[in-house]
Design a protein around this ligand. Structure first.
Ligand SMILES: Cc1cc2nc3c(=O)[nH]c(=O)nc-3n(C[C@H](O)[C@H](O)[C@H](O)COP(=O)(O)OP(=O)(O)OC[C@H]3O[C@@H](n4cnc5c(N)ncnc54)[C@H](O)[C@@H]3O)c2cc1C
Length: 535
């Protein structure tokens, strides 16, 4: 089944008019990241009526800041979490099938500098293949020194003994989020960005819906719904605490936070630092962490870190030690060491790790990467944790638990297993590699629709045309310059200086399309953060 339909318009006025309609939804979702959008799509595909509100832009939170891996989690295998790895490997294959222009297989090479590393890691990765079974993407191979250098031409040759090659996937996270949103919309879901859930309301002690506020106008709305899902990532405790306070019998015991946020930093450098088409994976850095160098949209992503962080900033900044760690470790494995002046962009995401109730969240590396679903006494369903790769399985689990509590009708699961996302190529043609520079290939089978808009031949920079900005405004919910330059195109994440230089022009086009303030100045200020490395 494909979704080759004319792109739906996403005019804000129309979305808000629908939001204002007095009706009851089957399910209302708070949070437009991977988790909330996955639930929205699964519910809509089952024929349920769905509304979703996102306080900022879709994928503005953690879901645009991943390492871009669609993976089973080699690291979780080392921790012995076989069921987590098996599920993620299955989901990896489903995702690659359903959005082949946004998620593709990628070869990873682990270079070995000690004699025992190739056999040791090779055996583990052979088990990884075995767990994948028919969902495998290719066999693990033991590499000689020469073969390793052929795949990783810019790897540090000194002391190199050989390597291991294995397969995982990579993806364009923010565009995948948009594809989920748009595919859900085609199935009738109402999704509104820049609309914050401010509170819940109750009937007979049970959640009966939510209150939300249009951030562009300040206008409040009431969404009545049989079931409310809190999918706000690291921010889930805010709504949980409101729910707890509203329903506490003694009014004293505060709801315990369930999330222990952990910060992950990535830096982006030019492709020459890695060379070749394969990613580099370091299974154990000097201090026992994992480090990736991933070719992505014409650049290389280096990262990441795992630092407990108790504040919940929308734009968290990196710590000096984190940048030092990435640069120092990269220098050990790359022929040419990247320096601070080589960094094109630096971005930080917060992992919503779920902590045991008696934990203070200071040992985030040891916390489970599995997701958790909690249903409160009043019926508020909260889901957090997990990873991008498993968003679909998480959505099924959420809906299973909603049905088990009779919050929604019990309808069969599995509807999204073979559901192609919007833009997925019906003809099954080989898509352009997403490790290559950005361009029209990011639109899958909607390319001709983008090309038919005014400005298709007007390049704002390589890979971004005026028509793409118009498409973002007309069909991809873009309101602000940041929406276009950070998440429709990924320029802010690839080259923050270049993104900043285009802000005014993108703002003009957006204003022509929407008549709304495109927020140019806040974007140029934000771009400075993506360039600033703490000294
Ligand atoms: C550094 C890093 C690297 C990662 N790499 C990978 C990877 O390579 N592969 C992988 O599979 N996974 C990866 N992950 C994990 C993955 O990115 C996350 O598990 C996933 O994005 C979480 O999605 P989410 O929807 O739960 O949270 P978010 O994406 O944060 O979404 C929550 C949304 O809720 C919104 N919100 C908050 N409060 C409100 C409110 N009151 N009203 C309305 N909306 C609200 C926020 O604005 C936000 O958009 C990585 C995570 C990090 C931090």
């Amino acid at each position: 089944m494909t979704t080759e339909v004319p792109p739906l318009p996403t005019r804000r006025e129309d979305l808000i008019a629908r939001l204002a309609e007095p009706r009851q939804y089957d399910i209302a979702i708070v949070g437009g990241g991977a988790t909330g959008l996955g639930v929205a799509l699964d519910a809509a595909a089952r024929g349920l009526s769905v509304a979703l509100v996102e306080s900022h832009d879709f994928a503005k939170g953690t879901s645009s800041r991943a390492t871009k891996l669609v993976h089973g989690g080699v690291r979780y295998l080392a921790q012995g979490n076989i069921s987590l790895v098996r599920e993620a490997l299955r989901e990896r294959s489903t995702l690659l099938d359903n959005a082949p222009y946004l998620a593709q297989p990628l070869a990873f090479v682990m270079p070995s500098y000690k004699w025992w590393e190739t056999p040791f890691y090779g055996i583990g990765l052979t088990l990884y293949d075995a767990l994948a079974g028919r969902a495998g993407l290719g066999h693990t191979e033991f590499l000689s020194r020469a073969q390793t250098l052929a795949l990783l031409p810019a790897a540090q040759p000194q002391g190199l003994q050989g390597g291991v090659k294995y397969w995982d996937g990579q993806f364009n996270d923010a565009r995948l989020a948009l594809a989920l949103a748009r595919t859900a919309a085609v199935r009738g879901a109402l999704l509104v960005n820049y609309c914050r859930a401010t509170d819940l309301f109750y009937e007979g002690g049970k959640v009966a819906g939510l209150l939300c506020e249009d951030s562009l106008t300040g206008q409040s709305y009431r969404i009545r719904s049989r079931c409310v899902v809190n999918a706000t990532g690291v921010w889930v405790d805010e709504l949980r605490q409101k729910d707890g306070a509203a329903n506490s019998t003694d009014g004293r015991r505060p709801t315990k936070p369930m999330v222990a946020p952990s910060q992950g930093v990535h830096i982006v450098v030019d492709r020459e630092f890695l060379g070749g088409e394969s990613a580099l994976m370091v299974p154990k850095t000097a201090d026992g962490r994992v480090l990736f160098a991933v070719p992505w949209l014409g650049k290389v992503i280096l990262g990441t870190t795992d630092t407990p962080r108790h504040d919940l900033a929308r734009e968290p900044l990196p710590f000096k030690e984190e940048i030092d760690f990435i640069l120092t470790e990269s220098a050990r494995y790359l022929r040419r060491a990247p320096r601070r002046c080589d960094v094109k962009s630096v971005w930080v995401g917060l992992r919503p790790l779920v902590k045991p109730q008696d934990d203070d969240g200071d040992n985030t590396k040891g916390l489970s990467r599995e997701h958790t679903v909690l249903v409160s006494r009043s019926g508020l369903v909260t889901v957090t944790g997990g990873k991008w790769t498993t968003y679909r399985a998480m959505a099924e689990d959420v809906l299973r638990q909603c049905a088990a509590k009779s919050l929604i009708e019990n309808r069969s699961a599995g509807v999204t297993v073979h559901l192609k996302l919007i833009g997925a190529d019906a003809a099954g043609a080989q898509p352009h590699s997403i490790s290559q520079p950005p361009g029209i290939h990011s639109y899958g089978n909607e390319q001709s629709r983008v090309m038919s808009l005014p400005g298709a031949q007007t390049e704002l920079c390589p890979g971004l045309t005026e028509a793409m900005v118009r498409f973002a405004a007309r069909h991809e919910y873009a309101v602000h310059v940041e929406d276009v330059l950070a998440r429709r195109s990924r320029l802010l994440f690839l080259d923050a200086r270049l993104a900043s230089s285009l802000a005014a022009r993108v703002g003009e086009i957006l204003f022509q399309e929407t008549g709304l303030d495109p927020q140019v100045a806040p974007f140029t200020e934000l771009a400075q953060h993506y360039l600033r490395l703490p000294e």
